[in-house]
Write a protein that binds this ligand. Structure first.
Ligand SMILES: [Fe+2]
Length: 432
């Protein structure tokens, strides 16, 4: 589209002289990107579910389409007829107020509808969305635009999930298939970590109303920070290997109780996708197996491992407020999915802090809870974020499979502390 992430965010928020044309273009672009993402898949790849957290690519394709059908076409396009009466049951993820839904853990058991039928469903909904954009009245335009922008960001979230789920699907297969050959990334041997100093006091966090944001990023509010240090770059594979070699994963004193129990039960000895081959560590990537590069950021670690590594290092994870305070002074640029690498790359020389955006989501020590004054939106859309505010931890900054048009300093991602299949890594902090 030729728009920078900042321009895109601005246009989404304020529209333009030709707002309908802009939203239509953005819709078409995102829908095409999802199809492009699936281009390397064989038809068998679309159906597999390798664990309850993973959804088959076919399900993502249908669910993102269901979102537009349910929240735009059914309520706003009078002439619309649903594509299939049972798709609402099959492809609703978790919206209780919309109706019942098929159990998540069984999504991989659905050989029908076929992948081809789901592509027809997508084409049908795309065509009707275009009709809606052209015909919706000026009175309903704002609601329509807001829902469309939400649907577009929802689809971008699922694009990232598709990358992570395809990686899990391929890593589970002993053939270790290549999804896409990697665009070679920049090489570097990162310098030692510098401890960047931040002064405490009152600061504001939360979305500042300059572009699209999810409800959970608001309201912007004051927080009090103590003085702290933030690491100039992410923790590397080489550093994580030292933790493993020192037996850091053998000593309960570095681990949270839940983490220690989980690590024992699941027999974790290294990050997800690492394997010992002839006395060397290898790892699975979306480009197949390769040797672990000590210079790259460590990836696919749980919150428990990130926290244990931090304790073993004599440091700690940042809080989300500290992270946002640091990120608020940094431009949104980094190694995102647009680079085509789909894998984190070593920190590059330049003004620190580096790797704040892109590469890996950074676990923070903050639980995912509502901000002061938060109210979930009315209706089913209120189920998007608010009902998950329990037992999960906040991650910040996006990853190498996040789109550059889908990240900002205030963005709050959240996963359970034992989750490892997302592109998750570690940045350390310390009290000053
Ligand atoms: Fe979804």
């Amino acid at each position: 589209m030729g728009l920078s992430p900042q321009q895109t965010a601005y246009m989404e928020k304020y529209g333009s002289d030709d707002a309908r044309k802009f939203v239509s273009l953005r819709f078409k672009t995102v829908r095409r990107q999802t199809r492009d993402l699936c281009a390397p898949l064989a038809v068998e790849d679309y159906v597999i579910q390798t664990m309850p957290d993973v959804s088959p690519p076919k399900w993502h394709l249908a669910h993102t389409t269901w979102f537009f059908e349910t929240f735009l076409l059914i309520p706003l396009l009078e002439s619309y007829r649903v594509f299939h009466a049972q798709y609402g049951y099959l492809f609703n993820s978790y919206y209780e107020t919309v109706g019942s839904f098929y159990p998540r853990r069984y999504r991989g058991l659905l050989s029908r509808p076929t992948t081809q039928a789901i592509y027809q469903y997508r084409a049908y909904v795309d065509e009707h969305i275009e009709q809606l954009i052209e015909s919706v009245t000026d009175d309903q335009w704002e609601l329509c635009r807001n829902r469309l922008i939400l649907g577009i960001h929802h689809e971008q979230q699922h694009q990232e999930l598709m990358y992570t789920d395809i990686k899990h699907i391929f890593a589970t297969n002993p053939l270790r298939p290549v999804y896409r050959l990697m665009t070679e990334g920049p090489v570097n041997h990162p310098a030692d970590v510098e401890w960047l100093s931040y002064k405490g006091g009152l600061t504001d966090i939360g979305n500042n109303d300059e572009g699209f944001a999810y409800d959970n990023e608001m309201p912007r509010h004051r927080v009090y920070l103590e003085d702290f240090h933030c690491a100039s770059r992410l923790v590397t594979n080489g550093e994580y290997k030292e933790f493993i070699a020192a037996g850091g994963d053998q000593y309960p004193q570095y681990w949270l109780s839940d983490g220690w129990r989980t690590a024992q039960e699941k027999q974790w000895t290294a990050p997800l996708y690492w394997e010992r081959v002839d006395d060397e560590w290898w790892l699975m990537t979306l480009s197949g197996m390769r040797r672990v590069d000590d210079n790259e950021p460590v990836c696919h670690v749980s919150y428990y491992e990130a926290d244990a590594f931090a304790r073993w290092s004599g440091k700690r994870l940042l809080t989300e407020a500290e992270w946002e305070h640091v990120a608020g002074k940094v431009d949104v640029h980094g190694n995102f999915c647009e680079s085509g690498r789909l894998h984190p790359v070593p920190a590059q020389p330049g003004k620190p802090p580096s790797q704040i955006f892109g590469d890996v989501w950074e676990w923070t020590q903050s639980p995912y809870v509502s901000y002061p004054g938060y109210r979930a939106p009315e209706g089913a859309i209120g189920e998007y974020n608010g009902k998950f505010m329990c037992n999960q931890m906040v991650l910040r900054g996006g990853s190498c499979v996040t789109s550059s048009t889908h990240i900002r300093a205030s963005y709050r991602n959240f996963f359970f502390p034992a989750d490892r299949w997302q592109f998750t890594g570690i940045r350390l902090g310390e009290d000053r």
